[in-house]
Structures are given as C-alpha cells and as structure tokens.
Design a protein around this ligand. Structure first.
Ligand SMILES: Nc1nc2c(ncn2[C@@H]2O[C@H](COP(=O)(O)OP(=O)(O)OP(=O)(O)O)[C@@H](O)[C@H]2O)c(=O)[nH]1
Ligand SMILES: [Mg+2]
Length: 240
C-alpha cells in the first residue's frame, strides 16, 4: 500500500513538472513569434548560431567582418564576460553582449531586450543580417526558439564525427550544418563521409558546408549562401 501511494505521488509530481515546463516553453514560443513579426517588418534576416564552446562561432563572424561580405550586427550570448562582443566591436561590428550567469542558453525574452537596445540606439539601420551567437552548448539552445529565420549549427573537426548522432536534437533543428576547422581535420580522423551519412539519417534537408576560417574560398561559399537565403527569404523548416 505504501509503495502504491509512493508511485501515485511520483506520477503526480512528474505530471506537474511536465505542465510547468510546457508553460515555460510556450511563454518563450509566444515571445519568439512576436520577434519573428518584428524582424519581418524591419526586413532583418536573423540567424541563430549554435555549437559547442570553441567551435569557431566568433571567429567566423570576425571573418565575415574582415571580408565585408554584407553588413551585420550581433547579439552575443555567454555565461560571463563581454570578450566576444569586444572582439567584434574591434572589427567595426555593432555587438550587444548578453551574459546569462548560469543559464546555458538564450531565451526569446533576452533577445527582445537586446534587440530593443540595438534598435533604440539606431544600430540596426542599413543592416542586412542580425546574427545571434548562442551560448556555447550543444544541448540546451536547441529547445529555445528565438524567432530566427534560420539556424546554423557548427561542429568543429576536433569534436569528432560522431557528435551528430550523439546530440541529435541540435542537428535536427539545423538548416545549415557547418563543419568548421577543416584545416586540421586530418589530425582528428574526422570523416566527412560519416558526417554526410549521419546527417542523412536525422536531418537530410539541412545544407552542409565544410569550412575553415583560414580558407577564404570556403568562407566565400557560406557567405554567398547566406545572401541567397536572405534574398529568397528562406525560412527555417524546423519546429521547436
Ligand atoms: N585551426 C583553426 N582554428 C580555428 C578555426 N576557427 C576558430 N579557430 C580557433 O578556435 C578557437 C575558438 O574559436 P572561437 O571563435 O572563439 O569559438 P566560439 O565558438 O566563438 O567559442 P565560444 O564563444 O566560447 O562558444 C580560437 O582559438 C580560434 O582561433 C579554424 O577554422 N581553424
Ligand atoms: Mg564565441
């Protein structure tokens, strides 16, 4: 009898926990939908960059700035420090830093505040793209819609070619998968064939690019594709 009561109580708690988490998620979804409308109205193409820490998100943005492919601003997300926004500001890019403290992801309400700050100081005028560099983490950011037009997920070669199957949620919401640090691929037995076959299993519609921040040709290709996405108003096919 005591065991039965314990089971019922545990089921009740699980149900409550599920209801609370659904409420939190739907609050984020409402805000994300509001942001989507604002971006549309302002003709701003928004790209959510997600990956593990250190896979090359900020370096990629620095290269976009150096090569002047297009105009852009950045909302940076990190647990602590404004190091990434300062790196971009040094390259002449408007960058707003969010520090999340102990939160492992950005939420739509945080983006709304950052967007308002950039907008009210007129830093988004004549800007083609707004990049959001999410907190470095291959798990949590995948669950939070930020209203972005598309999601780019980076995977650097030192992380290993098995990560797509081990962290499928993140790769399932990717519109573009960027394999980064291709210049050092051979040292990590990283196989692009394995990557292609794994992506095919979980998200065959995503577009794959292999890039090195040290190789301009590979950067040109991704920049051209982003311009194509904006010109053709490509919208993410993935639901959160
Ligand atoms: N060899 C090589 N190193 C790279 C490349 N891209 C970035 N790096 C190096 O990787 C390290 C991390 O790069 P960041 O751009 O700071 O990575 P990040 O994803 O922004 O990291 P977090 O913001 O901490 O999540 C730096 O030392 C870069 O110089 C690349 O294409 N090839
Ligand atoms: Mg960074």
């Amino acid at each position: 009898m005591k065991y039965l009561l314990k089971c019922i109580w545990s089921l009740y708690l699980d149900k409550k926990l599920y209801e609370v988490s659904q409420k939190i998620l739907s609050k984020n979804d409402i805000k994300a939908n509001e942001l989507r409308e604002i971006y549309k109205e302002k003709n701003l193409y928004v790209i959510n960059l997600m990956s593990s820490p250190g896979s090359g998100k900020t370096t990629l943005l620095e290269q976009f700035a150096i090569n002047k492919y297009f105009s852009f601003a950045v909302i940076e997300g990190d647990l602590e420090t404004n190091r990434d926004s300062m790196r971009l500001q040094k390259r002449g890019i408007e960058a707003y830093q969010i520090t999340t403290g102990d939160a492992c992801h950005l939420e739509a309400a945080m983006i709304e505040r950052a967007y308002s700050a950039l907008e009210s100081s007129r830093k988004l005028e004549n800007i083609d793209f707004l990049f959001i560099e999410n907190v470095g983490n291959l798990v949590c950011p995948a669950s939070y819609d930020l209203g972005a037009n598309i999601n780019i997920v980076l995977l650097s070669t030192p992380e290993g070619d098995d990560k797509i199957l081990k962290y499928p949620t993140m790769f399932m919401i990717a519109d573009i998968v960027l394999i980064t640090k291709s210049d050092i691929m051979e040292y990590f037995d990283f196989s692009i064939e394995n990557i292609k076959s794994n992506i095919n299993k979980i998200n065959p519609k995503s577009k794959l690019f292999v890039v090195s921040n040290k190789d301009k040709d590979s950067l040109n290709k991704i920049a051209d594709y982003l311009i194509y996405c904006k010109t053709n108003n490509i919208i993410s096919k993935h639901q959160y």
